[in-house]
Design a protein around this ligand. Structure first.
Ligand code: HEC
Ligand code: HEC
Ligand code: HEC
Ligand code: HEC
Ligand code: HEC
Ligand code: HEC
Ligand code: HEC
Length: 251
């Protein structure tokens, strides 16, 4: 009798959590004095588009400990919404994380460390926001990230238009997206590169040793060139993103 009651309970819990929420966060919910968390459909009458697009995102599938049954929904980043719903124009009754990356760092603490590396996007300095690159409400989200345009590179062109081209001689690596060479949050390497100096380029362009002193990069003899510095240093392949003048990306 007792055993079967437990079985029913466990099954019921199992079904509700698996069916809706795939992940449980251990971070306690945000608080606003006097306010209670509400289900996200309560926000829909006034913010319908955001609720509808949010439903398909990763965050919509996350529950918070103690609230496994209903999930946190919008409250995960905006705090409990009950008082805001009654008094929409009072600014202190809802949290807006655009101004404060600490809301995101509560759950993504590892990202804070990335923004503290020597070379980084100035998010902690307040000059760039997570929301410049990630659309938390997901209307144009990719399956693997909340980057807000259909292609990762598009989001970069808002602020870095000079890398967009079009170039007469495009570097084919650009088709893989900026993240094939740049560690976007932060890096130990200058210019946010994923690897230092020529090591970056030699990931895709193979070096062939001809004998003890001579070697090729690709088909071309680089024996006297490589010792002069990195592949993209002065007088070499300075236009790594693409060139309008030279098919070897030299100027
Ligand atoms: C009765 C309508 C109504 C409901 C329900 C409502 N909101 Fe709002 N919300 C508004 C209005 C109107 C504004 C714009 C206020 C302004 O311009 O100062 C707003 C603004 C906001 C902002 C921006 C605040 C800022 O300071 O930038 C957020 C975030 C927000 N709402 C989240 C929510 C969430 C989450 C819910 C559900 C818990 C919710 N709202 C429910 C009407 C509503
Ligand atoms: C993962 C965190 C996160 C979640 C979850 C989230 N939001 Fe937001 N929300 C943000 C951020 C960041 C901003 C500020 C940047 C922006 O406008 O995208 C914001 C801004 C807003 C604004 C104000 C936009 C303005 O014009 O200033 C509204 C309204 C809003 N959210 C509603 C909602 C509603 C409704 C939900 C639930 C369906 C929700 N949010 C879920 C992070 C989140
Ligand atoms: C309550 C905890 C929580 C908060 C707050 C939160 N996130 Fe997340 N976020 C998560 C979890 C959990 C995942 C899923 C991670 C995984 O799949 O390993 C996630 C995933 C993501 C992803 C990857 C999306 C994907 O589709 O795989 C991005 C990007 C992201 N969050 C950005 C943000 C930003 C920006 C904010 C602040 C506006 C934020 N998050 C706030 C818990 C949170
Ligand atoms: C300059 C643009 C930019 C900014 C600003 C930015 N991100 Fe990202 N983020 C990206 C890109 C691009 C990716 C995909 C990285 C990849 O595929 O290598 C990503 C991936 C992620 C992921 C999922 C992948 C992973 O590494 O787990 C999370 C979570 C995330 N970002 C959180 C944040 C948070 C939180 C902030 C603000 C504190 C933030 N990001 C600010 C561009 C940005
Ligand atoms: C909201 C604007 C914004 C967006 C979007 C943005 N960046 Fe940046 N980026 C900056 C700022 C600001 C700096 C710091 C420049 C400085 O310190 O002078 C920077 C610096 C960089 C640097 C280092 C440049 C240097 O001279 O050291 C690289 C590389 C870079 N961004 C790549 C990217 C990539 C790749 C993306 C897309 C995933 C991206 N950025 C999206 C604003 C942006
Ligand atoms: C093949 C690798 C590679 C790819 C792909 C790539 N970059 Fe770069 N990027 C570099 C290298 C190498 C540098 C450093 C150049 C130097 O120091 O002269 C750099 C420098 C930069 C800078 C600093 C300004 C400058 O010209 O020195 C910005 C901004 C930048 N990249 C943005 C982007 C954006 C945006 C994308 C995607 C559209 C992108 N990069 C794709 C390799 C790459
Ligand atoms: C993600 C892979 C990748 C990375 C990293 C990469 N490339 Fe490329 N690169 C390519 C591909 C693919 C082509 C076109 C096929 C070819 O010619 O090998 C190309 C073509 C080139 C060309 C023109 C081809 C020629 O014969 O002159 C030059 C020059 C070049 N890359 C230089 C660099 C430099 C310098 C770096 C480091 C900053 C670099 N590449 C990093 C993939 C890459």
């Amino acid at each position: 009798m007792k055993a079967s009651l437990y079985t029913v309970l466990i099954l019921a819990l199992g079904i509700t959590s698996c069916a809706i929420y795939q992940k449980t966060s251990v971070v306690p919910p945000l608080e606003i004095p006097g306010a209670k968390h509400v289900k996200m459909r309560m926000c829909a009458p006034c913010h319908r588009e955001r609720v509808e697009s949010f439903e398909s995102t990763t965050h919509a599938r996350i529950a918070v400990k103690g609230m496994e049954k209903e999930g946190l929904g919008c409250g995960m980043c905006h705090g409990p919404g009950s008082l805001h719903m009654e008094n929409e124009y009072e600014p202190n009754l809802i949290i807006n994380p655009r101004k404060n990356p600490d809301i995101c760092f509560r759950c993504h603490l590892d990202k804070k460390a990335e923004f503290r590396l020597q070379y980084h996007h100035p998010v902690l300095e307040g000059r760039v926001a997570c929301a410049d690159c990630h659309d938390s409400h997901g209307s144009e989200s990719r399956s693997w990230t909340l980057t807000s345009f259909s292609d990762t590179s598009q989001v970069c062109f808002k602020c870095h238009p000079e890398q967009r081209g079009p170039f007469v001689f495009e570097h084919d690596a650009m088709r893989e997206g900026c993240t094939i060479c740049h560690k976007v949050h932060g890096s130990v390497n200058d210019k946010l590169l994923i690897a230092r100096d020529s090591n970056l380029c030699l990931r895709c362009h193979f070096q062939t040793q001809l004998d003890s002193s001579r070697f090729l990069v690709g088909d071309s003899n680089h024996t006297t060139r490589m010792p002069r510095g990195s592949c993209f240093s002065a007088a070499c392949h300075t236009t790594v993103h693409g060139s309008n003048f030279d098919d070897h990306l030299r100027y």
